[in-house]
Design a protein around this ligand. Structure first.
Ligand SMILES: Cc1ncc(COP(=O)(O)O)c(C=O)c1O
Length: 430
């Protein structure tokens, strides 16, 4: 099986500290091996999954199917063991110090909401300030808009510089004791910049505020270490890093988790309750995990972490940067293409073609077998900064190839107003 061969190749590469062969890694992905041959550049939305992750999910249903935390028979206890090991593996993967700092969620959105509801709505008061930026994803900013509305706290924006990066100087001037929470993405899903989380946390902690990091675009793409960043909360999804959909992680310290209410109550999160309405909840992280967990996905996540670690996060980051640099160099003399973030440090290229609507441009790419995304990318407040209500986003992951980037650049060079609208209005399409 391709996944198995590749795992052997990867550990050989690791032993001899070689860079993995990214061309042969492509064979691990059924969507690349036997898909429709299209070039997938929408990795910021979701990533492809390698065989080993798909097999792990299927193995749970075929060989391991039992619930967790509820059975005393061996099969159920094995599931409990897998769950505990995955919690430990996740903590190690993000540099956490204990599995008790890891909550299983349904994804980044779920984790971001859990903190806004469980921590924000419990601890914010009228007059308090929550700081964020206009570059944030809807899943990051909307839960805090609601938390502010409910509590009387105020949502304020950290200024961005002319390129759309967080302006640390402006933040230092803005921050004072009124600020209780800073909510920010580690990597913007539109501009791809790596946000200086450590400096933001140092500023926040100097006034007693906590920092919630949206790691949806960073975990599995660059090295993420919660201790080095000194962040208080980190939420991310498995599906953007080769893992399954429907499973995500919320990291926080045990102390802060004690200051949070669970969003939901139910089976698995309580110790006891009585008919007079008294109930007693388990300690964190378990009180945040009511109901049956997405167990097949957790099995998949565990394997996904091993897979990424075998390749090496540093190698993944380097590979993405290399492909990105190749793309930017290839686009540099195409005059009708405007790139909004040429010096992005990750794999996101946000662009438009002169006199072409972004949606039409994305359809033109699709006609050439290239998947890119058009619109506001769930970051509606960034439109003014970009000076464009809609853009096209191509997002690269490590399994993309230089040939694919060449094809993307060639399609950019062909994406003139004339060619795009000849295609859009062609009788063939109607
Ligand atoms: C920066 C950012 N935050 C949050 C999310 C939400 O992630 P999910 O849909 O997996 O919950 C996304 C998804 O695109 C994102 O890019």
């Amino acid at each position: 099986m391709a996944g198995g061969n590749s795992a052997a190749r990867l550990s050989e590469a690791k032993e001899s500290s070689m860079i993995p062969d990214f061309e042969s890694i492509r064979n691990d992905f059924p969507m690349l091996r036997c898909g429709d041959g299209s070039i997938y550049l929408d990795n910021s939305a979701t990533s492809y999954k390698p065989d080993c992750v798909i097999d792990a999910i299927s193995r749970y249903y075929r060989e391991r199917c039992a619930s967790s935390g509820r059975g005393n028979y061996r099969k159920a206890l094995q599931v409990d063991e897998e769950l505990a090991q995955t919690r430990e593996a996740v903590a190690r993967f993000i540099g956490g110090s204990s599995p008790e700092e890891i909550v299983f969620t349904h994804g980044a959105t779920d984790g971001l909401n859990l903190v806004a509801v469980g921590y924000g709505e419990r601890n914010l008061n009228p007059g308090d300030v929550v700081l964020t930026t206009r570059a944030e994803h809807a899943s990051c900013i909307l839960p805090w808009m609601r938390a502010c509305k409910k509590t009387g706290a105020k949502l304020e924006y950290i200024p961005l510089d002319k390129d759309g990066r967080v302006d640390l100087k402006a933040l230092a001037e803005l921050i004072d004791e009124r600020v209780k929470v800073i909510v920010v993405a580690h990597i913007s899903n539109v501009l791809g910049y790596v946000v200086p989380i450590r400096q933001i946390c140092d500023l926040a902690h100097s006034v007693g505020a906590v920092v919630m990091v949206d790691g949806a675009q960073s975990v599995g793409h660059i090295n993420v270490n919660v201790e080095e960043m000194a962040c208080d909360f980190l939420a991310f999804s498995a599906h953007k890093m080769c893992g399954p959909t429907g499973i995500g992680i919320l990291f926080s310290t045990s102390n802060l988790m004690r200051e949070m209410n669970p969003k939901e109550l139910g089976g698995g999160s309580n110790i006891n309750y009585s008919e007079n309405g008294e109930f007693f909840l388990r300690n964190p992280p378990y009180l945040f995990e009511s109901g049956t967990l997405p167990l097949a996905e957790i099995f998949g996540l565990r394997v996904c972490l091993n897979y990424l670690q075998d390749i090496g996060i540093d190698n993944i980051e380097k590979r993405i940067k290399e492909l990105h640099a190749h793309a930017i160099a290839s686009l540099s003399d195409i005059n009708h293409i405007q790139v909004f973030n040429t010096d992005d440090e990750t794999g996101i290229i946000t662009f438009n073609a002169q006199s072409v609507f972004a949606d039409d441009l994305a359809q033109f790419f699709d006609s050439r077998g290239i998947c890119v995304r058009a619109g506001q990318h769930c970051s509606r407040l960034l439109a003014e900064q970009l000076g464009s209500i809609s853009t096209v986003r191509a997002s690269i992951y490590f399994y993309n190839s230089h040939d694919e980037i060449d094809c993307f650049a060639k399609t950019c060079s062909q994406a003139t107003n004339r060619n795009v609208y000849d295609y859009i209005f062609s009788s063939e399409r109607i």
